[in-house]
Design a protein around this ligand. Structure first.
Ligand code: KG4
Ligand code: ZN
Length: 358
């Protein structure tokens, strides 16, 4: 079965053709990073306009690269949310019109579920229950997945997403957007033990994440130690590299603390780590070490499938298609779409002594 996936929730216009939910025939991504660089973050109105310009050429390129005609498609899957409304609407409207014109099923996919499916292409099949850490620029959540397609959020960020923290600290240090990849590069030459940044403790004891305190701690450190941000074309000082390494190590540690706590409680058979921040080598290494210690297989997407792409949307769409799910033409973009459908089945979690409620 051939599914065309379309993704336009944030600053990437992407289209991909995936066969039987596992084989990528083509995956085209048009990134807007250069467009948003001067603003140090995504400018929503510009993003929507750029999606509008790119959607048709990107879809056409995906079809050409897959070597198939439109009438060979079995379904169109599109990111329904969460994301930026103007951006989402471009993909949803385009996908809807295309599916209607071809008279084939049309499926709305939750972007976060897409990230969960980004690991299917290069890993063995997932064994359930699974635990999935989804870390990106907009989201930082841990999901308990008792069986395929069922999700319960067991940990989430109380403030910033992990990728957002990388981007904001990158901006403070005078680095280019997005901060994550640049910080990772500098951190390789820095001493992660040099500065002790705090790990947030959530006062009600829930295993949630919080990154805004860490961001403030970096800002205070810069001020108190009179550290100047990096200027363009200037060599980066050892001090900045040490800050990058210490900050990155703190983010990784805070992510792993909760993964560890919940893995012990929930006894998953697979750990999934996906989303843009899953590109980070230090996070991969820490998750792999943890998996080895617990005898728990850890699945990551390859780096080009960690950040936003449409192959993961097509793969998630295929799963829904197989289950006979279809969206109708009234379906529209939903910026606050949640990924949680395990609300009424808490018995299993109670048995596993999960004490909290979200
Ligand atoms: O998944 P994604 O492309 O978009 C969202 O759905 O948000 O993730 C983008 C985020 C950005 O915040 C970026 O800084 C972060 O992923 N990121 C990284 C790395 N590569 C991308 N963070 C840390 N280390 C990296 N190597
Ligand atoms: Zn994403």
């Amino acid at each position: 079965m051939l599914v065309l996936g379309i993704e336009s929730s944030c600053d990437e216009t992407a289209a991909a053709v995936v066969a039987d939910g596992r084989e990528i025939l083509s995956s085209v991504i048009s990134s807007q990073i250069e467009l948003h660089k001067p603003y140090g973050g995504v400018f929503p109105e510009l993003a929507a306009r750029e999606h509008l310009e790119k959607i048709e050429p990107v879809v056409n390129e995906a079809m050409t690269k897959a070597g198939i005609e439109f009438d060979a498609l079995d379904a169109v899957a599109v990111t329904q949310g969460p994301g930026l409304i103007g951006s989402l609407l471009v993909g949803v409207s385009y996908a809807k019109a295309l599916a209607w014109g071809l008279d084939i099923p049309f499926i709305g996919v939750n972007h976060i579920e897409g990230h969960v499916y980004s690991i299917v292409f290069e890993n063995p099949p997932v064994e359930y229950p699974a635990l999935a850490l989804i870390v990106s620029g907009g989201h930082t959540n841990l999901f308990y997945i008792p069986e395929e397609g069922k999700y319960k959020i067991v940990s989430r960020t109380r403030d910033d997403a992990a990728g957002e923290a990388f981007d904001k600290v990158g901006k403070m240090l005078g680095l280019s957007y997005p901060g994550g990849p640049v910080i990772e590069k500098l951190a390789r030459e820095g001493d992660k033990h040099k500065i002790k940044f705090p790990i947030a403790k959530i006062s009600d004891g829930r295993p949630d994440f919080s990154f805004s305190g860490l961001k403030t701690a970096v800002s205070r450190y810069l001020r108190e130690n009179s550290v100047e941000p990096v200027k363009e074309n200037e060599t980066v000082s050892q001090e900045i590299k040490d800050i990058a390494a210490s900050f990155q190590a703190t983010v990784v540690k805070s992510l792993l603390i909760n993964v560890e706590k919940l893995a012990v409680e929930l006894e998953p058979k697979t750990l999934i780590v996906a989303g843009g921040v899953a590109c980070n080598g230090a996070l991969r290494e820490a998750a792999e070490n943890f998996g080895a210690k617990m005898n728990l297989p850890v699945y990551f997407p390859s780096k080009h499938l960690s950040t936003d792409n449409a192959a993961m949307i097509a793969a998630a769409g295929y799963f829904h298609l197989k289950r006979g799910e279809r969206a109708n033409l009234r379906m529209t973009a939903d910026v606050t779409l949640r990924l949680q459908n395990f609300e009424n089945e808490d018995a299993e979690l109670k048995r596993k002594k999960v004490r909290y409620r979200l």
